[in-house]
Design a protein around this ligand. Sequence first.
Ligand code: GLN
Length: 202
Amino acid sequence: MSTTVGVLGLQGGVSEHVELLDSLGVRTCLLRSPSDLLGADGLRVDAVVLPGGESSVIDRLLRTFGLFDPLRAAIGAGLPTLGTCAGLILLADKVLDPAPGQQSLAVLDATVRRNAFGSQVDSAEVDLETSDGPVKVAFIRAPQVVATGPAVAVIARRGEAIVGVRQGAITGLAFHPEVTGEARFHRRLIADAGATALAEAG
Ligand code: GLN
């Protein structure tokens, strides 16, 4: 059975993730309603991507379309997940400088500060060392991780700032690998999806 990755398709940079995943040979589907995620026999996807965009808008749409609770439960139960930028904010336990009423899925034991690197004009393509190797990625009104719990590994820093974390099968990145075509985090997500499927079958 081939791997299917669901890309949250409510707002933001959805198509870049779909194109990158297509190029890696996996099936993708857009998640816009609970039935895109959950069928009668259980989960319809082997992994999910939460794209960048505006985290407060995505949060509101998640709740409007009834996806907030099922997505939170699925990720909490171990569904491999990659969140980029606003996606990282959605994953985090605690969000500093939130929009009024903004909530997060709170599945990642980390605190993030929104817009920590300045405004849109400070957006940049940056070379980073990560624990997965060197990458060139884009920062766009990026958050920063300011605190992590004991189960969270730091996988990337920009200077002193923590910009990539991993907790089990959840990876949160403050930056956009999909904008520069950097595929290693998506490859890792697909590998995690395969490992979870094998464990379930075995
Ligand atoms: N600043 C945005 C937010 O708070 C995130 C920016 C992005 O995803 N590129 O949601």
